[in-house]
Write a new protein. Structure first.
Length: 109
């Protein structure tokens, strides 16, 4: 078998693997929502505040936020931007390290 056919077979297998992995991730996200559709998916901050106030009725917050977003949509937008920025930084770092290791591999015979 020649090198081009071998490379094409590996590329095809990798594509199939990526599609299967993407489908698995989608299923992991969708299945709990379908089977547990009546569950309340609230934030952990609200649950923690409620639990603390049940334990100690005299509890007073010792820290306040510097700025409170005007709505839940703005808060979600900022959270999504934060996640996208973090993913971009991690992706850039991984790509840089991979490119650097490939470059080092080309320099070493």
């Amino acid at each position: 078998m020649n090198s081009k056919a071998s490379h094409k077979g590996k590329k095809s297998n990798r594509l199939i693997l990526n599609i299967v992995l993407i489908l698995i991730v989608i299923l992991l996200a969708v299945v709990p929502l379908v089977f547990n559709s009546k569950a309340g998916y609230g934030g952990s901050d609200d649950k923690a505040t409620k639990a603390i106030s049940q334990i100690d009725k005299s509890y007073k917050r010792w820290a306040r936020p510097l700025w409170v977003p005007p709505s839940g949509e703005v808060e979600s937008l900022l959270f999504a931007l934060q996640a996208a920025l973090g993913a971009g930084v991690i992706g850039y770092g991984l790509g840089y390290m991979r490119g650097k290791s490939k470059q080092e591999g080309k320099n070493n015979p």
